[in-house]
Write a protein that binds this ligand. Structure first.
Ligand code: PEP
Ligand code: MN
Length: 337
């Protein structure tokens, strides 16, 4: 971290700031020019608050030279990390394909979709039992009954279950059924939820908030890691921009950026970015091409009557087509599916 001191200050005033830094157990390197005096801080600066430092007398500006996230930072963990779900490894050479409906709606629906996506080559089943809906009048999910239906689908297909947990009190019950706990975009900064999940060692799929920066997203992951759970998979699902033809704007650049900044696996959710099924397959292909570690995609046996996200869910035949097309892209970028 670097402190830029106010111009024209005396050496005595500089010493005053240096002494304050000593009290914070930080060493300082002074460089004093004609107009500017700069202090380089050395030590554990992770916990320092920029605005507190900026309020110190004689300090003009504070600049961070290191990212504020630590455990998620590639600097502290140069190798890619992988997350094990059942016998699948996420973040390795094989792409993780997670497919299933937006919401679990009935036994018939979830079993038909689970068998359909399994046949096409999906490795995990998604389905929301607790739904974080923007409107309180929207379908809120079958809740624990939905979890029981997911368990039934797992027993039939052997597909591990990815399902969302929307509040800290539900972590225990959802963990009893889920193989991967999903944190939705709307809950990315629900810090009480992140901490509770951090105390388990369940794999976590952490969606990026619709208006979250990459730094905020990695700091949300940091909450989970700092509680002791290293099994975090990041999922980019589109961010809010001025564009209205798509539901969200898929930030494909987040994949190479996060791969540089962090060691965590990153997957893409083309469904919530597109908002319309016609655009899901092209976005999924782009995701594989740009280096994502997998895809989480919505698939429904009868999307036109789905209780949530009807417009964006792929039909089962479309999912087969997606898998065929993805296998060619995967091969071209040295991955397998
Ligand atoms: C979902 O996966 O169905 C969902 C609600 O996604 P997001 O949190 O990305 O909106
Ligand atoms: Mn959805």
């Amino acid at each position: 971290m670097i402190l830029v001191l106010k111009s024209g200050i005396t050496m005595e005033q500089v010493e005053n700031v240096v002494n304050k830094m000593k009290k914070l157990e930080l060493e300082t390197h002074i460089s004093r020019g004609k107009n500017l005096t700069i202090l380089g801080l050395v030590g554990d600066t992770q916990k320092l608050d920029i605005s507190t430092l900026e309020s110190i007398e004689y300090v003009d500006k504070v600049l961070r030279v290191q990212e504020p996230f630590k455990r998620t930072n590639r600097m502290f963990h140069p190798e890619n990390s992988t997350v094990k779900v059942g016998d699948q490894i996420i973040g390795g050479s094989q792409l993780a394909i997670i497919a299933g409906p937006c919401s679990v709606e009935s036994e018939e629906q979830i079993l038909e979709v689970a068998n359909g996506v399994k046949q096409a080559g999906a490795q995990m089943l998604r389905g929301g039992a607790y739904k974080p809906r923007t409107s309180p009048y929207g379908f809120q999910g079958l809740k624990e009954e939905g979890l029981r239906l997911l368990k039934k689908a797992k027993e039939q297909t052997d597909l591990p279950i990815v399902t969302e947990v929307i509040s800290p009190e539900l972590v225990e019950v959802v963990s009893a059924y889920a193989d991967v706990l999903q944190v939705g975009a709307r809950n990315m900064q629900n810090f009480a939820l992140l901490k509770e999940i951090g105390k388990t060692n369940k794999p976590v799929l952490l969606k990026r908030g619709a208006s979250a920066t990459i730094e905020e997203w990695l700091l949300a992951a940091e909450y989970i890691l700092s509680e002791g759970n290293p099994n975090v998979i990041l999922a980019e699902r589109g961010i809010r921009t001025f564009e209205k033809y798509t539901r969200n704007t898929l930030d494909l650049s987040a994949v190479p950026v996060v791969k540089k900044l962090s060691h965590l696996p990153v997957i893409i959710d083309p469904s919530h970015a597109a908002g319309k099924r016609d655009w899901v397959i092209p976005l999924a292909k782009a995701a594989v091409a740009v280096g994502a570690d997998g895809i989480i995609v919505e698939v429904h046996n009868q999307p036109e009557v789905a209780l949530s996200d009807a417009a964006q869910q792929l039909t089962i035949p479309m999912f087969h087509q997606m898998m065929d097309e993805l296998s060619k892209i995967a091969e071209a970028v040295g991955r397998n599916i």
